[in-house]
Unconditional design. Sequence first.
Length: 178
Amino acid sequence: MKKLTFTGLATIGLALFIGTASGQMAPFGNDEDKDYASALWKVLETDRLIGKGAINTVPYEGIEPHGFVLETLISKATVNGHTGDVVVKRNYGPEGVEVDAVKADRAKHLKAITVMFRREAGFDSDNQDWFWVKYLPDGTLDENPKGMALAGKIAKGSDTGCIACHLGADGDDYLFVN
């Protein structure tokens, strides 16, 4: 798996700056992506995949960029009338945190929630129509160093980021957990 480093994030930021400065729209983080991410968060809460009363699974050792301990849930969700596959990954830290510590106090160690949701056909057919989003534990959208919301076709066309990393997953489905 490719590791997303500060240099990689800076490269993404520079590419986005150049693209937006030349009049091209960034492939993620726009108002439409933020609105969709908000609707998705509400569905995930209702379905108990995140938030208070969320279904817990067995935490396992993780790797960066997600977290040092992870929990993954795979389900279906319906957002704005469209039902698609959803992968919810709870990312725990800090570095060195152990699985038992996370089990004892998930809220204390939760650092982010990353989600892949398969949108309607044609959303991003180059990448199997996955919508990518990274939330902070309270449901707000995380941002890259340039202040762009991490929602939508994150870093599409870049050598680093969500799409570039997940292209390397076995099974041609962008999933490392099957």
